[in-house]
Write a protein that binds this ligand. Structure first.
Ligand code: SRM
Ligand code: SF4
Length: 585
């Protein structure tokens, strides 16, 4: 079904100014080096800010003091954020220790585990920026290359490669795709790592991206059923691992395309879109398929209006069969019919699990992924001590949590003692609602936030937990996700209860996503004040406790009980928003 408004690029319209910026940037160098060295201001120009995103760095400002500084006639309190690329979320203890230290010495003292299995460091002053990124490379042996910008971002993967034979086969393929789609420009090394300019050598080229890179960000994930922890339907490109009859040998992947969550409150043509399953490919075709999907989007994505430049709009406008045909034409072979698969959940398995290889793993709930010490919970210190002794590795989950992975039987008592000593063993002792909650960062660092998110989540969860406990639902998993704006960084559209910031203290409330991430939620009430949220949700939670069918999930119940009617296509979504326009969506 086509959308009422066709946003295909119209050749006569000028390309977005970022397109020229990319082409003229000398492979993403621009004026970054000169501006970083300029100590007369704590900021960089808009152009440099755009280009720095390709190197994993964002310019921000402390929004808590923005108004006050404006009144005082001062410039914004500029700070930077660096996003560390962590393919599949796997981090060695030594890498953790290096980042932990860099967060203290060069940033705001916290580590943020993101919804896409990477780390962010916040509150970096300009003078600390280059030294920090350099040390992320040299001391932590990570990098920030392509972590943001119009390019393929960090690739996500179900983070338990050791837990089954299948996981072990998927991880290297994910890593190969991630490496294959990295930018090739030497600018990153030159700007952030080398002590001296690295000029000369072979002429540079970006064989996959070309000089103008992609029209917009691009996101890839690998899912291993039955877990849909990576939220595959939210991503531009996804691979669903398919095993042979034994369940042990990976034979290939179903390929999904065209997912994405960002939308704007007042731009009714924007919408979240669930990815389609496009076909099946064998293991040795995965990299080729990924590359060809990326190049089709490179050539056909909208380079005029960035609001419509994601792959989801290319596919929605041109149709899935056209897209598949174009990918197959470039591949030179056809994709096979998708194989059967089943997803059961998107959340993490908390606490201890036993791996196939005899090692154990401990999954720890970390609220909003923020690793910091508070007066009564020394999370950062505890994890530092664990990283000092741990022989295995650490894994970031797509739900902002952490797995202390591959703990040998011999080392387990030591890890258990440290978990106890730092009270980390109590973190998972929470309601199913809290354990399935997520938020994006929002204020004070995110320049796009319309409302609080990470800072509001603890209070909201505390109040909702009272309702949940009173209803006898302590151990029932209900997914709750909140974001400070409709860009969707905490993937709120895929939560059974999704709250999306509308204005300070006001949220649109969405209900009814599927627990396994295969159906979006639907707008239930627009612009609800924080004081009204719990009184509004409490009765629905209680009714769910009383009237649910055997095994019925909260998201399914709210649909059966008539609170919301699910939307299936972007067209439905568009119609629904049009109908509710009067309600100030
Ligand atoms: Fe995001 C922009 C944070 C996952 C959709 N996102 C931003 C920025 C960089 C704000 C900006 O552009 O100035 C936020 C920085 C806030 C801060 O202070 O740190 C930001 N996004 C995040 C993170 C850190 C949220 C978190 O709390 O974990 C996640 C980092 C992921 C990573 O490690 O790479 C994050 N962002 C997502 C996701 C979820 C996902 O990909 O699984 C989405 C929705 C999926 C999608 O892309 O459709 C998402 N972020 C956006 C968008 C909307 C894109 C769109 O197509 O409309 C923006 C705004 C933009 O790109 O213009 C955005
Ligand atoms: Fe910022 Fe909006 Fe993303 Fe939250 S959802 S981090 S407020 S852009």
């Amino acid at each position: 079904m086509s959308l009422p408004v066709d946003k295909s690029p119209i050749p006569e319209k000028p390309l977005h100014k970022n397109e020229q910026l990319k082409v003229e940037s000398n492979w993403l160098r621009g004026n970054i080096r000169r501006e970083l060295a300029d100590s007369s201001t704590g900021a960089v120009s808009d152009d440099s800010n755009q280009l720095m995103k390709f190197h994993g760095v964002y310019q921000q400002d402390d929004r808590d003091v923005r108004n006050q500084r404006r009144k005082e006639g001062k410039e914004k309190a500029f700070i930077f954020m660096a996003r560390v690329r962590v393919p599949g979320g796997v981090c060695q203890p030594a890498q953790w220790l290096a980042l932990d230290q860099l967060a203290d010495s060069h940033a705001n003292g916290t580590l943020k585990i993101t919804t896409r299995q990477s780390f962010q460091l916040h509150g970096i002053l300009k003078s600390n920026l280059r030294p920090l990124v350099q040390q992320i490379n040299l001391a932590a042996h990570f990098n920030t290359r392509g972590a943001c910008g119009d390019i393929n971002r960090g690739v996500m993967c179900n983070p338990n490669p050791e837990e089954s034979t299948l996981h072990q086969q998927v991880w290297p393929i994910m890593k190969a795709v991630s490496d294959h789609l990295l930018p090739r420009t030497r600018a990153y090394h030159e700007l952030w790592v080398a002590d001296e300019l690295v000029d000369g050598g072979e002429p540079e080229d970006e064989p996959i991206y070309g000089r103008s890179y992609l029209p917009r960000k691009f996101k890839i994930v690998f899912a291993v059923p039955p877990s849909n922890d990576v939220d595959i339907y939210a991503h531009d490109l996804g691979f669903i691992a398919i095993a042979d009859e034994s369940g042990k040998k990976l034979v290939g992947c179903n390929v999904t395309v065209g997912g994405g969550l960002g939308m704007s409150h007042n731009q009714l043509e924007t919408f979240p879109r669930l990815a389609d399953v496009m076909g099946f490919c064998t293991v040795d075709q995965v990299i080729d398929v990924a590359e060809k999907v990326v190049t089709v989007q490179r050539d056909y994505g909208d380079r005029v209006d960035r609001k419509f430049a994601r792959l989801k709009y290319t596919i929605e406008n041109r149709g899935l069969s056209w897209f598949r045909g174009e990918v197959e034409r470039r591949l030179g072979y056809k994709l096979q019919t998708p194989r059967r698969f089943e997803f059961t959940h998107t959340g993490d398995r908390y606490g201890w699990t036993q791996g196939d290889n005899g090692n154990a793993h401990f999954t720890l709930f970390i609220q909003s992924g923020r690793v910091k010490d508070t007066a009564d919970y020394k999370l950062k210190s505890g994890l530092r001590e664990i990283a000092r002794v741990h022989q295995g590795d650490l894994r970031l989950t797509p739900n902002q949590n952490l797995i202390i992975a591959n703990i040998t039987p011999a080392e387990r008592p030591r890890i258990e003692a440290l978990l106890r000593q730092y009270k980390l063993d109590t973190a998972n002792n929470a309601t199913g609602l809290k354990l399935n909650s997520m938020s994006c960062v929002a204020l004070p660092t995110c320049g796009l936030a319309l409302a609080e998110s990470e800072r509001y989540l603890p209070e909201l969860v505390r109040l909702l937990e009272t309702e949940v406990e009173a209803a006898g639902l302590r151990n029932d998993a209900i997914s709750l996700r909140i974001t400070g704006c409709p860009n969707g960084c905490g993937r709120p559209s895929l939560a059974e209860i999704g709250l999306v910031g509308r204005a300070p203290g006001k949220y649109n409330v969405y209900l009814g996503a599927a627990f396994n991430g295969s159906r979006f939620n639907v707008l239930y009430k627009a612009s609800v004040a924080t004081a009204e949220l719990v009184p509004m949700l409490g009765p629905i939670i209680r009714r769910y406790a009383q009237e649910r069918l055997n095994g019925e999930r909260f998201g399914d119940f709210v649909i059966r009980a008539g609170y919301v009617t699910p939307t299936f296509t972007p067209h439905d979504f568009h119609e629904q928003r049009n109908a509710a326009k009067g309600e100030q969506i």
